[in-house]
Every structure is written in C-alpha cells, then in structure tokens.
Design a binder for this molecule. Structure first.
Ligand code: ADP
Ligand code: ZN
Ligand code: ZN
Length: 817
C-alpha cells in the first residue's frame, strides 16, 4: 500500500475542488476516506472537513499545513456519497464545498461561527476530560454561550474542534439552536368501566342511574360494547355511534361508573400495535404492478402514470414489501414532507419501525440521529423530502419519487440548485437500484422520455373502487358578471353547489392560488399602485392585519388611507386573494365552519397538522387555500372542489404556465370524491374557452401533452433542449447589466442567437434590493452539456478577472424548473 502523505479535503467553501493537507506521519493507520477532520484554513479559520482521497504528490506552489485533528473513528460519510456529491457539483455547476455545506448535517460540521451552550449535566464520575476541555467547559459555564471563535482564542487552535467534540460526547455542551418540537397527534380520550359488574356494586350503580334514562342507556351500551370488544373505547367514536355528549360522559364519570382517560402510551406504541397488512390490489392495480416489474427488466426507470386516487400509494407499498423480502432499502421521496403527514402516517402503519422519517422541520440533532441510524442500517424504508437523497443509504434497491412533476422537488433558494428527481436517477444507477416516478400529471420531460422509449411507462387510468372521476364544470365568469349572478367572487352556480354539499353533510375545498386579501391596490384617479421599496413587485393587501406585504422579501407597511401620489382616497383593490375569499364565504355561509390554508395562516407551529386533523374530523366543512390544498391530501367527505379563478393559473409569465395550470387543476380536482361517491369540480374563469381548461375538464392529459410538446418543439424549450439560466445580481443596476452583457459577448461566437437569449430583466427585476439580469442558454440535445458547462466556467473566470465585475453575484441554474 502506498503511504498516505497527503489528503485531499472537502471544505464548506464556495471554491472549486478539494484542498491539500499534510498527514502527520503517525496518523496514517487511522485515516479513512469520508472521515471528519479539523483543519486550519486561511489566516485563522478552522473548519470541519471531509477526507476525499489520499496521495503522495506534494504541491509545488505552496506549503501544505497538517490536519489538526481526527473528529471521528469511523467515517460518517460513505465513498459512494462523495461520488454523488461530485456528480451534483459538476452537473449543477457549483463547488463540492457548496454541496457539502448544503447536504451534510450542520451539527456534524463545527465551524468558526458555530456557538455552543452549556447543558447543566453532571459530569459523569468516570469522565476524563482533557485539561483543555476542562478549561473550555469552565468558560462555557461562566458565559453560558461561546462561539467556536472564542474557544480558539483560549486554547491551541489546532485542538479546538477536537476539544469541542470531547465536550459534546460527554454531553456537557450542545450546539446552540432552537429546538423544534416534534408534532404529537391529538391525545384521544378513552372510556373505561369502573365497577365490577358481577358484584353488589353494580346494583347500586344502576340505582344511581334511575333518574337519568339517557345515561342508563349509554351505560348499557358501553357494557355491551365491552363484552364484544377487547379494544379500549374511544370517547369520540362512542358518542358518534350512540349519541350523548362529552358532558353526559363526564357526569357518569362523576358518579364513579366510568373513567375517562387520555391514552398517552399511544404515541410510542403506535407502530407495534397498529401494523396493518398491505391491501390486496385490485385487478387494475395488479396489472400496473406487474407492468412496473416488467418495465424494470428493460429500464432502470419506470413512470407510473396513474390518475388521482387510482391507488398508486398502495402499489408503492407492494413494491416496498418486495424490497423487504430481498432485504433491500427503499427511498421514498416526496415534494415536501411537511405537507404529507397523512402519507407518513399511512406508511408507518404498514411498516412500523422499519420506516425512518426525515423531516424538513427536524432540528439539527434529530437530523444527525437519522443520519447515524441510516449509517447503521436501522431503516429499510426512508421517507423524506429531496434532502433525504443525501443520507448514507445502503443496500438501496428502489427509489420512489412521488408527485414527480412537482417543482418543490427542485431546490431553488440555495446552491446546489438540484432537482431531486434527476439526482435520484443518478443515485439509483450508482446503486444499480430501480427508480419509479409516480404522478397523475407527469412532467412533460418525463412523459416525453417515456413516449420515446427511454424509460418504462405504465398507466393506470381508473380510480380505486371504480369511483368515477369527478364531474368537471366550467363557469364563465364574463357571463356570470354580465347576468348579475355574482356575489363577490362567487357565482350563483358555485354557491348553489356549495349549499348542496353542506346540506348533504359533505365538505368543500375552494382553491385560489393567491394569498392575501387582494393582490394590489390601485388609485382610481391616478392609477398609482404601491410597490415594495426593495423589490420590483406590487405589494399585496392583507386585510386582516391591515397591511401591505411583499411576498418576496417580507417587507410590510400599513395599508394606506389615501393615494401616496395624488392623495385621493378612492383606492380600489384589484385581484383576489385567499383572505378575501374567506371573508366573502363567511358572509355567504355564516353558519358554516370555515378555515383558510395558506402560508400566512400556516405559520404557527403545527397549524398545518391541526387544520388537517380538524378537517378530517369534520370540525371544519369549508377549506379555502392556495396550492397547499392541492397536494396529495385524502379526505373522505369532500364532494365539491371550486376553483375561484383559473385565469390566474393560465396567465403566468413562464413557458411552463400551461402545463402547470393543467396539473394544478387536475390535482385539485383529485381532492373531490375520493371514496365511493362521485365528486363535482367547478372551475370559474373569465377565459372560459381556453383550450387548456377544456383539456383539464376532460382530464385529457394526452391531448394537453401533445399540444404543448408541439409548441415546445417549435419554440425550442425542454424537453427538446436543455436550459441553463445564468443569473446576475448586484445592488447597482448599471453594473449588473454591464456584467451580463459582457458575459454574453464572450459566449456569442459559440452559440447561435436562437440559443443565447438575453440578458433581460426577469419578471421581478429587483429583489431584496438587488437588480437582476438573466441570460438563458438553450443546449441542443446533440450538444455535450459538459462542454457547454466548461465554456461557461471559462467565461466566468474571465469575467472575474475584471475588477469592476468581481462584486457581481452569478448563479448558474441548470435545468431551471
Ligand atoms: P393515489 O396515490 O393514486 O392518489 P391512493 O393510494 O391514495 O391513490 O388511493 C386512494 C384511496 O383508495 C385511498 O383511500 C386508499 O387507501 C384506497 N385504496 C387504494 N388501493 C386500495 C386497495 N387495493 N385496497 C383498499 N383500499 C385501497
Ligand atoms: Zn420586497
Ligand atoms: Zn392617486
């Protein structure tokens, strides 16, 4: 074996490549690829780095520093994970360090600006802290909280991270962060009979009930129920089935006949107690299942195109079961775990403790826990959002990406700008695992690949239980306004349908894709509209808080009393948001219980979970919301879905607008009539004859795909080309514009004018006080994306040579979505 003289280390910095460090000679046997080490960087920074590789080539141009400390005995990162990071960095045009920074748990990554806090734990008797650790512990005890930077001033810099790790392991300190509590489901009340029915007591008991026949009847029911069933009796169910109220039960409790108790043990025992067997598949589902298995014989990837409520999830369960038999792991990816409590619970009921749930709301310590448990192979099924791709998964046999078309699978706010669906493909192929993409409305990229025979295709076009697809109606808002049939934003037809639902004791969902009261205020005399001072967007009115808010940067100001420009008091609100719909609905149906689901109303902790629970238990009968309501929810009693204004979806400045409008409408429609009864969907629109609306009402996915794909081919958009969006940002408009133009000039000889578009100010040209310009590059399928990316990197290096442009921030968004 070659001696390990130097190590390449991955550091959390936005610079390309890895960094060379010297290995102290007596450490050779301890170091392994994937291990965490602490290294000095620059003048006085220290970082947690990851060992990428070893070699013997001494760098010629600079003197290497040695690794400071080894932070773990065995690597917490697997070699195949490093390979995946490298793929992500190269494909999405960012540094390996940026991938590391984003996907590796923060709590494992002590850095100079990390803070530590004292936990008031007794130091175990047998604990042997080093002298330096004791010194730091004393400092933390005195100040309660110290930064890693401060620590490094107290002791030899070289040892900082090692000493901190010592304290963390001895449970003396923790990394500072707000702990996010886990959601605990509502505690259920249960009823227990308190007296021995075979004893004398029972006679007395019945005497107590002589004067309350209702209680007597309920008590008898309870006795009967207890005789026939072993399970504890849920108070809520008992009342539902036999009448009475909580008050009746309480007064029986007072008489000592029964006791009502909260079941607190339920949470921990949930998985052991309630394991359900996998459902038997319907013939159609079975056919799809067989089709998928057959597909995997020829392809790595199969698309399951199954209409909403066709029972795709049950098919996933069957596939997972097969993986279990082969002792292989399944990764189940979803757009956003926060929005899928329902699904998580469903999968846990089937597979219990084999399921590891990775949350986006988890705190850092919980993340590390799951990370380590995955490393130890504790779970056979991991369910999570896109970041779960980066867990140390082993024996991977299958990746399922549910709702494959959702744009939330793409990371948009921070590098790497990756799409989980595409990373999943690479992860699957590295592991020789299969990839199943599922959707009722596949993305056109994936659908096209399937039609071209590049991936397998299985369709399932009946709902489970042969529930008919919902009846779809379009309501022409132009006509309705003309005929004076509108109450606010509600047409007569929609109001009538809602009334019918409420009378039949059913529930209704209304969809409006804008939050707030009304998007904008406009002055009737001069046309002035208040804009955000930081961004190029009109402010949205929130009537409940009487504020104008920017939905991009969070800026808030009071609702104006008069026009800022001409002082006129005649201000009109234009457009419609969820708050306004809620207010109008309340005045039309004052007796109904109404709730709103959007980013504003869901900010409070567990607001989402609570609302779902309340809706499930019919404590609410009308739910009004943004696209949040369209995502994979499964409610039994919803038989009407109303779309307030479909036009908002259609007139969006994006080449995917029509595809997304179709998907949104079909997905929202899928929330109606999911069990044994046909649902109704009413779509209100000014452009009632828009072809996309027609196709959506006919649920004609194929027609939609054909039409839009033809347009995309004509105008050169994906899947016929690949896109890279190059985004330039700077506080000074002139500077960013010049930089973008200069960048384009460098590329001009290399791409046709048809494929090199911009620079242009985007739809929102200023955001958070930064001006923005975009260049859009189209790459033909015959071109090598790798070469194109090399060219872009060269141009970037060249641009950075120019001093004036160095402060311009540039993002490459590969496959913007
Ligand atoms: P999808 O994921 O395609 O939207 P689901 O898997 O959620 O559909 O199925 C819709 C409903 O039908 C769910 O309530 C589910 O429990 C039920 N269901 C689906 N398949 C079966 C089956 N084979 N046996 C019993 N119930 C099923
Ligand atoms: Zn703003
Ligand atoms: Zn005015």
């Amino acid at each position: 074996m070659q001696p390990k003289l130097f190590a390449e280390i991955i550091l959390p910095v936005p610079l390309p490549g890895t960094f060379t460090y010297r290995i102290p000679s007596d450490w050779q046997d301890y170091l392994q690829i994937g291990q965490r080490v602490s290294v000095p960087f620059g003048q006085r920074k220290i970082y947690t780095g990851i060992i990428h590789s070893f070699h013997t080539n001494e760098p010629e141009t600079y003197k290497t520093k040695p690794i400071d400390a080894i932070l773990e005995d065995t690597p917490s990162l697997l070699p195949q994970q490093i390979e995946l990071w490298e793929w992500v960095a190269s494909y999405y045009m960012c540094s390996l360090g940026e991938v590391y920074k984003n996907v590796y748990p923060t709590a494992l990554k002590l850095e100079s600006d990390t803070y530590i806090r004292w936990i008031e734990n007794e130091l175990p008797e047998d604990a042997e802290l080093s002298a330096e650790a004791q010194e730091i512990l004393q400092a933390v005890k005195n100040k309660n909280i110290v930064s890693v930077d401060e620590v490094s001033k107290l002791i030899h810099q070289k040892n900082v991270l090692k000493v901190l790790k010592e304290l963390l392991d001895a449970r003396q300190v923790r990394l500072d962060e707000k702990l996010i509590e886990k959601y605990t489901p509502k505690i259920e009340n249960y009823i227990k009979i308190n007296i021995d029915l075979n004893s004398e007591d029972s006679k007395e008991a019945f005497e107590l009930l002589d004067r309350s026949p209702k209680q007597r009847e309920l008590f008898l029911q309870l006795i009967q129920l207890k005789a026939s069933e072993e399970k504890p009796v849920k108070a809520a169910n008992f009342i539902k089935d036999y009448g009475g109220s909580h008050a009746t039960l309480r007064s029986m409790e007072k008489k000592g006949l029964i006791s009502i108790f909260e079941d607190q043990t339920r949470r921990n025992q949930l998985y052991e107690e309630n394991i359900e067997s996998i459902e038997k598949l319907s013939p159609e589902q079975q056919q799809a299942f067989d089709g998928i298995l057959k597909g995997f014989k020829n392809f790595d990837t199969v698309l399951l195109h199954g209409v909403t409520s066709s029972g795709k999830t049950e098919i996933y369960f069957k596939l997972i079961e097969q993986m279990l038999q082969k002792n292989q792991t399944t990764l189940f990816l979803l757009p956003e775990i926060g929005l899928t409590t329902q699904l998580t619970q469903r999968i846990q009921k089937k597979f219990g403790e084999l399921v590891g749930v990775y949350h986006s709301k988890m705190n850092q310590n919980q993340r590390v826990e799951i990370w380590n448990e995955t490393l130890e192979n504790k779970y056979k099924i991991i369910i999570g959002p896109r970041s779960a791709l980066f867990l140390p998964l082993q024996h991977l046999g299958l990746i399922i990406v549910d709702e494959e078309h959702e744009s939330a699978l793409k990371q948009k706010d921070i590098t790497p700008f990756y799409n989980a669906r595409d990373v999943a493909r690479v992860l699957a192929s590295k592991n020789k695992a299969n990839l199943l993409l599922g959707s009722a409305t596949p993305s056109l990229e994936v659908y096209h690949a399937a039609k071209q025979g590049k991936i397998g295709y299985v369709s399932l076009n009946v709902r489970f239980g042969n529930v008919q697809p919902s009846k779809m109606e379009i309501i022409d808002l132009r006509k309705a306004f003309h005929r004076n049939e509108m109450t606010g934003q509600f047409s007569k037809t929609l109001i009538l349908a809602m009334k019918n639902s409420f009378e039949a004791d059913k529930q209704v969902i209304l969809f409006q894709n804008r939050r707030g009261y009304a998007p904008v205020i406009e002055c009737l005399s001069c046309g002035f509209t208040p804009y955000c001072p930081n961004c190029d967007v009109a402010l949205t009115l929130h009537n409940i808080s009487l504020e104008l808010k920017c939905h991009y940067c969070g800026h808030k100001q009071a609702k104006p009393q008069h026009c800022y420009q001409c002082k006129s008091v005649e201000l009109e609100t234009k457009g419609v948001g969820t708050e306004q719909i809620e207010k109008e609905a309340l005045s039309i149906f004052p007796e109904q219980k109404i709730a709103r689901m959007d980013v504003d109303s869901m900010r409070k902790k567990f607001a989402y979970e609570k609302l779902i629970e309340a809706f499930e238990q019919k404590e609410i009968n009308l739910l009004i919301g943004t696209q949040m309501v369209s995502k994979g929810l499964d409610f039994e009693y919803v038989n009407l879905v109303g779309i307030i204004r479909a036009d908002n979806l259609l007139n969006f400045p994006d080449f995917r607008a029509h595809e997304r409008a179709f998907q949104r409408i079909v997905q929202v429609a899928g929330r109606a009539g999911r069990r044994n009864q046909r649902g109704l969907v009413q779509i209100q629109a000014f452009e009632a004859h828009h072809p996309i609306l027609k196709m959506a009402t006919e649920m004609d996915y194929n027609a939609m795909a054909e039409q839009i794909l033809a347009e995309r081919q004509n105008f050169l958009y994906p899947p016929f080309v690949r896109l890279i969006e190059i985004r330039f940002r700077h506080k000074k408009e002139e500077k960013v514009q010049k930089a973008a133009h200069y960048f384009k000039q460098m590329l001009q000889g290399k791409f046709s004018s048809q494929c090199l578009l911009g620079p242009e100010a985007p739809y929102i040209s200023r955001l958070n006080n930064e001006y923005r310009f975009h260049i859009l590059l189209k790459i033909h399928n015959q071109q090598s994306p790798k070469k194109v990316k090399l060219l872009l990197n060269e141009a970037y290096q060249q641009l950075m040579q120019i001093k004036a442009f160095r402060s311009v921030k540039i993002d490459f968004d590969v496959d913007p979505y």
